[in-house]
Design a protein around this ligand. Structure first.
Ligand SMILES: [Zn+2]
Length: 293
């Protein structure tokens, strides 16, 4: 009898500890150069250019952009923490810890790693984690929103939303933008398919577009109703968004480029932007991807 009681007691202790234990622990790749924090929401974020590590064992990249996007790793973590605070749930987060002078995960392999074998391995792990995260999210929710988080320092202080469309494409007449082929060249084709009665231009810069919602939460953004065609320079989205945002895989995605001034420079500003973006996504994802957060 005592044995049975002890067994029940220790079983209850084990269950209590299991509940207490955070279910979603970070996973690290080779030498902890990539970190993957699994989540449970239909939202996956990657931070490719906020890495700080410059190990001698990885060769310096000799061409392409080598400057980091300052504070974007911290910004991504703040967005994840704020989302957890507001919803009680975590999003998937993939972080490159290598400085961009060692690896640029947002380029195809050749330019990204420039022949360094360790960098090549980290690049594969990085994109592998994004693929795993998106597949898991789609398995749970039927679809996923993917955000590749960056920082820019353009003179016009705004959030740049990159759907893979060039500025010259966005200057096309509305009827061309709303035509059947236009959305196929963009990264939110899935959202267009989920909302067949909504003209594509409305998704890019209408009154309920992501740009409009971000502006309603206190930060200027483009494309948006205020600025349907971004002034240049403008980042339209890169390798990572192009690779992972496929409607056939039930993934919509975009590149979010946060200006340094007002959005990334101080911890207070990063927190304000993180809160605004989370509030925005809590409207955007249920409305356009038709899945609750
Ligand atoms: Zn970047």
């Amino acid at each position: 009898m005592i044995r049975i009681c002890l067994f029940i007691f220790w079983s209850l202790v084990a269950i209590a500890f299991a509940i207490d234990e955070p279910a979603l622990k970070p996973v690290f790749g080779t030498q902890r150069y990539v970190e993957y924090i699994p989540g449970e929401l239909p939202l996956v974020m990657s931070a490719p250019h906020g890495g700080l590590l410059k190990p001698r064992s990885v060769a310096d990249r000799s061409y392409g952009v080598v400057d980091s996007d300052a504070n974007t790793q911290d910004l991504a973590r703040r967005i994840a923490a704020e989302l957890k605070k507001q919803t009680g749930k975590s999003m998937d987060l993939v972080i490159s810890h290598l400085h961009r002078s060692k690896l640029d995960p947002n380029r195809e392999l050749k330019e990204a790693a420039q022949g360094d074998q360790t960098a090549e391995k980290i690049w594969m792990e990085y994109h592998g984690y994004i693929e795993d995260a998106l597949k898991a999210s789609v398995a749970r929710h039927g679809r996923a929103l993917f955000i590749d988080l960056h920082g820019q320092n353009h003179k016009d202080i705004r959030v740049e939303l990159g759907y893979m469309h060039r500025v010259t494409d966005l200057t096309e007449p509305t009827q061309v933008i709303n035509g059947v082929d236009f959305s196929k060249s963009g990264s939110i084709q899935l959202i267009s398919e989920l909302n067949p009665s909504v003209p594509y231009a409305n998704l890019l810069f209408g009154s309920e577009s992501l740009g409009a919602l971000i502006e309603q939460h206190g930060f200027l953004a483009t494309p948006s109703p205020r600025m349907t065609v971004p002034t240049e320079p403008y980042f339209r989205g890169g390798y990572t968004i192009d690779r992972h945002s496929k409607s056939a895989a039930n993934v919509a995605g975009l590149q979010v480029e946060a200006n340094r001034i007002r959005l990334r420079d101080t911890s207070e500003n990063r927190q304000k932007f993180a809160e605004a973006l989370v509030q925005t996504l809590r409207i955007y994802i249920p409305k356009w991807l038709k899945v609750e957060l």
